[in-house]
Design a protein around this ligand. Structure first.
Ligand code: FES
Length: 78
């Protein structure tokens, strides 16, 4: 299973990344203020931070304090 979206606000990281680049956002706070993503359950915040840092839009489920690892999306994760 991969993490590819903010479930609470129904936005995929692939949808968010072009916005991030167009707006020049560099922090989760900027992204959250504009889209709401990260302000619901907050579970996507480490992945949003990783997306901002790396530009990847798919991550393995994170089970510890280590930064999320990018992965290839599964067919059902689009
Ligand atoms: S998954 Fe993004 S705020 Fe809940």
């Amino acid at each position: 299973m991969a993490v590819t979206k903010c479930v609470c606000f129904k936005k995929t990281f692939a949808q968010l990344l072009p916005l991030v680049r167009a707006k020049g956002w560099t922090t989760v706070a900027e992204l959250s203020r504009a889209t709401g993503c990260g302000t619901g359950c907050g579970g996507c915040k480490p992945y949003l931070a990783a997306m901002l840092a790396t530009g990847h839009v798919c991550y393995r489920v994170k089970m510890d304090a280590a930064p999320p690892e990018p992965c290839a999306p599964d067919p059902w994760d689009s």
